[in-house]
Design a protein around this ligand. Structure first.
Ligand SMILES: CC(C)=CCC/C(C)=C/CC/C(C)=C/CC/C(C)=C/COC[C@@H](COP(=O)(O)O)OC/C=C(\C)CC/C=C(\C)CC/C=C(\C)CCC=C(C)C
Ligand SMILES: Nc1ccn([C@@H]2O[C@H](COP(=O)(O)OP(=O)(O)OP(=O)(O)O)[C@@H](O)[C@H]2O)c(=O)n1
Ligand SMILES: [Mg+2]
Length: 170
């Protein structure tokens, strides 16, 4: 594979997963308030999801991620396909992040405490599963996305921390 080919594979992968990135970042930027689990606990006595998964964050995450997909679709001349893709990627990102929080609570990891790899990849895995129902991608692109997401997520979180949008840098 030539360098140029690799670069275009990476750019294509980033364009594919972009709505999920916007969904995750928007949930963080516009989130807060009433938790999605409505303060309910699991039989283990701990919260179902915790205070880090909110109704407002989930709503704006899905809305702005879907809008991002639609805007991409205008460029690619397939607005309806990308609207659907944007929606499934965003819903998958928010669900994946919520499942990540569910797993963290079951492992007795408090809200906001780190769970390496799970924190970086939960939303991307959720997005890839639902997004591929609308527009499947090759397996090597899945690996490119997962690998790059680890670094972009870390970078975005450090940026969000320095902008005081997040309390921790992971
Ligand atoms: C465009 C529309 C319709 C709306 C814009 C929505 C919006 C407000 C977007 C914000 C994007 C942005 C520039 C964010 C800056 C970074 C920041 C403050 C992020 C806060 O995110 C925190 C973190 C929370 O994660 P956690 O809950 O799991 O702990 O979210 C992680 C964020 C990301 C993984 C992605 C952030 C990155 C982007 C949104 C843009 C990345 C862009 C590229 C990699 C380049 C795209 C490549 C091509 C070819 C276009
Ligand atoms: N569906 C979501 C996802 C995220 N957020 C917001 O984005 C922040 C960062 O998300 P994340 O790092 O996933 O949450 P944590 O607070 O670290 O909680 P957890 O340990 O459950 O991951 C959350 O605190 C919350 O304010 C939200 O409001 N709604
Ligand atoms: Mg999380």
């Amino acid at each position: 594979m030539s360098g140029l080919h690799l670069l275009s594979e990476i750019l294509n992968s980033l364009l594919y997963i972009l709505p999920a990135y916007v969904a995750n970042a928007s949930a963080c930027i516009f989130g807060g308030g009433k938790p999605l689990d409505l303060n309910k606990c699991w039989p283990d006595g701990r919260r179902l999801l915790g205070d880090g998964v909110t109704i407002k964050g989930s709503f704006f995450g899905i809305l702005l991620g879907t809008l991002t997909g639609f805007i991409e679709g205008l460029f690619f001349n397939a607005p309806l396909l990308y609207l659907k893709l944007g929606f499934t990627l965003s819903l998958g990102a928010i669900l994946g992040d919520a499942i990540g929080s569910f797993i963290k609570r079951r492992l007795n990891i408090e809200r906001g405490k780190p769970a390496p790899l799970l924190d970086q990849l939960d939303f991307a895995i959720g997005a890839l599963i639902l997004g591929s129902l609308i527009k499947p991608i090759a397996i090597h692109q899945v690996f490119i996305i997962l690998l790059i997401t680890i670094f972009i997520h870390l970078f975005a979180n450090i940026l969000a921390y320095s902008l005081k949008i997040k309390d921790v840098w992971w």
